[in-house]
Write a protein that binds this ligand. Structure first.
Ligand SMILES: *Cc1c(COP(=O)(O)O)cnc(C)c1O
Length: 406
């Protein structure tokens, strides 16, 4: 028999949690598709998707089935043993991408940690210790471990924790000349988000990624694409590198990969993978059967022509309505992004107020995200129903109207 659980409220957060987050005033308790209900039974439409994680919305039947079946079969064995779901997932990812090898972990930061360590290891083995420099971009986000905040281009996340990892430089995003000026024979890797997610939904120019690929080849440096946010259908291609037609040496994936169950992956070639020989890297939970079973189910639903085409169609539906709302209200100057990663750039009058817009939207019953202080971000379920898009944007429009009235 289940034991009655003690009631908890938002106020408990301030009593028992480390204060590194500032969660909303309400607590979501249940979700279905693109709808979420809070403790009071209030219903909201979810265009935040757990920060681009809930790729198939909430409690998608295929994911519930995969998770419960696996939960009744085998939860965890560690990497002292391999397991069937991990091998199946690796096959799916290898079949669907440039990659020939997969490494599994539990988050985006860990997948990048593995990517950066692999890049340094390859350079160390092939060229010696001098070749260890990593070039990243200004305003990039790669996670919150010390290595990944050091590589990330945002001092607000990396300062104040003592010495950072050294050998890392930052160049302006989408600026090929700046990359060209910085890259050298000491560079072991260049890491780029094909669309900068956290810092404003800024898509790369195709020529920039092509140029970066060429520069890396000329300098024996590896090109790493951080696809933690852009991966698994988010752009309407399975991975954004396929949308751009520029292939990296190492790709990192997380967020949507588990559809809400924690998992990360680093994908690469056989030739590079061999540098992470037995014992060089690892993680207890990586490749956990529960996570891998769910990720297999996510890929089975997302990586179909119907779902991917649907994402492109839904992009148009969002974009045209958001542009209309932006023009009528004077709130945005631009709606940008690819697939279902969309950023609305606030006009000068509203600069810095993305959080106020989030709060106003929530009051009207729609959850959206910010991407920095000046951009409102939408990262809904990849299979969000058209009716939910229309209703959610109607609520968003009401929120904007109220905000403008003051
Ligand atoms: C979210 C994100 C990460 C970090 O992922 P975590 O799972 O939070 O560690 C890394 N890179 C990008 C591009 C992201 O959007």
């Amino acid at each position: 028999m289940s034991v009655e659980q003690a009631p908890v409220q938002r106020a408990d957060f301030d009593q028992v949690m480390v204060p590194n987050y500032s969660p909303a005033a309400f607590i979501p308790v249940r979700g279905e598709g693109s709808r979420v209900w809070d403790q009071s039974g209030r219903e909201l439409i979810d265009f935040a998707g757990g920060i681009a994680v809930n790729a198939l919305g909430h409690c998608h039947p295929a994911l519930v089935k995969a998770l419960t079946e696996q939960a009744n079969t085998l939860w965890h064995v560690s990497n002292v043993f391999t397991n069937e779901p991990a091998l199946r997932l690796a096959h799916k990812l290898v079949d669907a991408t440039f990659a020939e090898r997969a490494f599994f972990c539990n988050s985006g930061a860990e997948s990048n940690e593995a990517a950066f360590k692999l890049a340094r290891r390859v350079a160390h083995d092939r060229f010696g210790p001098e070749k260890h420099e990593i070039i990243a971009t200004v305003n990039s986000f790669h996670g919150r471990t010390l290595f990944t905040v050091s590589v990330g281009g945002q001092p607000k996340y990396s300062d104040g924790f003592g010495p950072k990892i050294t050998g890392i430089s930052h160049v302006p995003y989408n600026d090929l000349e700046a990359l060209k000026a910085q890259i050298s024979d000491k560079t072991c890797a260049v890491v780029i988000e094909p669309i900068q997610g956290e810092s404003g939904v800024v898509p790369a120019d195709k020529a920039y990624l092509e140029g970066a690929r060429k520069l890396c080849d000329e300098h024996n440096a590896l090109l790493i694409f951080d696809e933690v946010q852009t991966g698994v259908g988010r752009t309407g291609s399975l991975y954004a590198y396929q949308h751009y037609g520029v292939t990296p040496d190492i790709l990192t994936s997380a967020k949507s990969l588990g559809g809400g169950f924690p998992i990360g992956a680093m994908l690469t070639t056989t030739d590079l993978a061999k540098h992470l020989a037995v014992g060089t890297h690892g993680t207890t939970y990586g490749g956990n059967p529960l996570a891998c079973a769910v990720a297999c189910a996510v890929l089975d639903v997302v990586n179909t022509p119907e779902t991917l085409a649907g994402i492109k169609a839904k992009h148009e539906r969002f974009k045209s309505r958001l542009e209309q709302i932006g023009q009528q209200s004077g709130l945005f100057t631009q709606v940008r992004g690819v697939g279902l990663l969309i950023g609305c750039v606030l006009s000068d009058a509203w600069k810095g107020k993305a959080k106020d817009i989030l709060n106003a939207a929530e009051k009207e019953g729609v959850m959206v995200l910010q991407a920095g202080p000046d951009v409102v971000r939408f990262a809904p379920s990849l299979v969000v129903e058209d009716a939910d898009i229309d209703e959610g944007l109607a609520r968003f429009e009401r929120a904007v109207a109220k905000l403008i009235q003051g």
